[in-house]
Design a protein around this ligand. Sequence first.
Ligand SMILES: Nc1nc2c(ncn2[C@@H]2O[C@H](COP(=O)(O)OP(=O)(O)OP(=O)(O)O)[C@@H](O)[C@H]2O)c(=O)[nH]1
Ligand SMILES: [Mg+2]
Ligand SMILES: [Zn+2]
Length: 313
Amino acid sequence: MSDFSPARIIKGVGGQYVLAGQDGTTGVASARGLFRKDGQTPTPGDFVEVIPSGDPDNPWRILKILPRKNELVRPTIANLDCLIITLSSTDPAPDFQLADKLLTVCWLHQIEPILCITKTDLPDNQADQIAQAYKPSGVTIVRTNPDDGASHDSLRHLLKDRVVSFAGQSGVGKSTLLNQLFGVEKMETGEVSDRIGRGRHTTRHVELFPFSGGYLADTPGFTSLELPEFGVTGPDLETGYPEIKAISDQCRFTGCRHLGELGCAIDRATIDPGRLARYRQFRTELDQIKPYSQPRNTIQAKSPSQTRGRTRR
Ligand SMILES: Nc1nc2c(ncn2[C@@H]2O[C@H](COP(=O)(O)OP(=O)(O)OP(=O)(O)O)[C@@H](O)[C@H]2O)c(=O)[nH]1
Ligand SMILES: [Mg+2]
Ligand SMILES: [Zn+2]
C-alpha cells in the first residue's frame, strides 16, 4: 500500500477516481465526503494520499490532496508542465479570444504553452496567417494534420517526460492528434457539424494517459473562459502579450495601459491588429472589475493546507 500512495489521479467520473501509483499500477478510489465540505475537488493530475477502503468496487479511499503546483479550471486539470492550445486553421473557425486567454493563463502560471494549429491539410486554411500573428509572442508553434508525421515527431519530442494537456474548442482535433501521437485509437473522435460548424463535444471528461515518461491528457472542448476566473487582473494581462510587453518601457508614462494614451509606444509599433484589438478589449474589461469583486485565484501555487472557498465545475 505504501508503494501506491501518493498516487496520481488520471481520471475522475461521477465521484470515482482512477489512480496511477508511482510504479505505474492503477487502482480505483472514492473520495471521502470531507473534501466537499472543505471546498476541495480531487482533480485529474492531483497527487493524493490513499488508504485501502475495504469496498471491492472502490478499493481505495482518497484521504488528502497534496499541494498543487498549478491548476486550471477549464480544462479541469492540476499540476501541468505544458498545455497544447489547439486551434483549428479552418472549420471550426479558430477562436482567437480563447487562444489568447489560454496563453495568458499559461504564462502567468508557469505552464509552457504550445500553439498547435490543426487541419493544415484542408483547403483555405488560415495556418499561415495564424502562425504569423502569434510568432512575435514567442510561443512555440506546431502546425499539424493527420498525414504530417514530422509534426507528430516534433510534438512527441516536446512532450517527453512532462505532464501535458490539450485545450481548445470542440472539434479542433485534440483527440485525433492524441491518437496520432500514440499511434493507436485511445479516444473517440467526432465530426464537426456542417450546419453550425462546431464540434460535437465527443470527449466528455479529462483523462491522463501515460506518455513518453510523463502524461498526455485529452480534455473536453469548451468555448468560454473568463480571465478573472483565473485570477488575471488588468496589469497581469501584458504577460499574455509578450510582444506588447517588450516595448512597453518605451511608452511615455509608466503604467501605460496601451489604450490610446498620450505617448504610447504601442501605437507606433507593428503589433498584429487582431492580437492588439483583443488585448485592448480584455484590458478594458478587466480594468472595469473592482478589486474586491474578483474571485479568488483559481490557479496558483497552493499553500500546504490547500484550503479554498470555491468549488469548481
Ligand atoms: N482534415 C482534417 N480533419 C481533422 C484534423 N484533425 C481533426 N480532424 C477531424 O475533425 C473532427 C473533430 O476531431 P476530434 O479529434 O474529435 O476533435 P476534439 O477537439 O477532440 O473535439 P471534442 O472532443 O468535441 O472537444 C473529426 O472528424 C476529425 O477527423 C486535421 O488535421 N485535418
Ligand atoms: Mg475529443
Ligand atoms: Zn503604452
